[in-house]
Design a protein around this ligand. Structure first.
Ligand code: GLN
Length: 193
């Protein structure tokens, strides 16, 4: 399995450190050719507006959308989740691959960054809680009926999955708990289809 990590902007490098110990090949994706070689894709955190701009020259947005629609598993983290969402507030383009609506920077300017324990579903294994790092995080304000909540902070869904598309409003690559990446790799085994 070759897990591509969209490497245009943001903290893409940290994902390699989480994925490599799981025995998968990690491939930085900056071009259409690299995307073609990936069998699963991580869309990392960073700045979604900047990533949208940087995807334009190679039309990576359309190509990613096409691959994921054809069955490529994807993990969107924070800005990556914003890019995969159905609808974004304040209004900006998104790929509509995960049936959630999100509000960017929803926790305001005062709380830029915080670490809190969240509750996680059985799919993540034991223990039932996980330390989660939130950095200018989006808030999920609506999720479709096919979207399962795998992680919760109080009443808020912070980790969701629709089939083989996973989204997190926090940054699992910034803690030593590798369970989100492990779950994603197990889910992604077999690649497209
Ligand atoms: N606030 C960023 C955005 O709107 C996301 C922040 C992050 O990825 N940590 O794209």
């Amino acid at each position: 399995m070759r897990v591509g990590v969209l490497a245009l902007q943001g903290d893409w490098l940290a994902h390699g450190a989480m994925l490599t110990p799981l025995g998968v090949d990690v491939l930085p994706v900056r071009t259409a050719a690299a995307l073609e070689r990936a069998t699963a894709l991580v869309v990392p955190g960073g700045e979604s507006t900047a990533m949208l701009r940087l995807m334009e020259p190679e039309r990576l947005d359309d190509l990613i959308a096409e691959r994921i629609r054809r069955g490529m598993p994807a993990l969107g983290i924070c800005a990556g989740l914003i890019l995969l969402a159905s609808h974004v507030e304040p209004d900006q383009p998104s790929l509509g691959l995960l049936d959630v609506d999100v509000v960017r920077n929803a926790y305001g300017r005062q709380v830029h960054s915080t670490i809190v324990p969240i509750e996680v579903d059985d799919e993540l294994g034991e223990p039932a809680s996980m330390e989660a790092v939130f950095i200018r995080a989006p808030r999920i304000t609506r999720q479709g009926s096919d979207v399962k909540t795998l992680g919760r902070s109080g009443e808020e869904a912070v980790l969701v999955r629709q089939g083989r598309v996973v989204g997190a409003t926090f940054h699992p690559e910034l803690t030593s708990d590798g369970r989100v990446h492990r779950m994603f790799c197990e889910l992604a085994e077999g690649g497209d289809g």
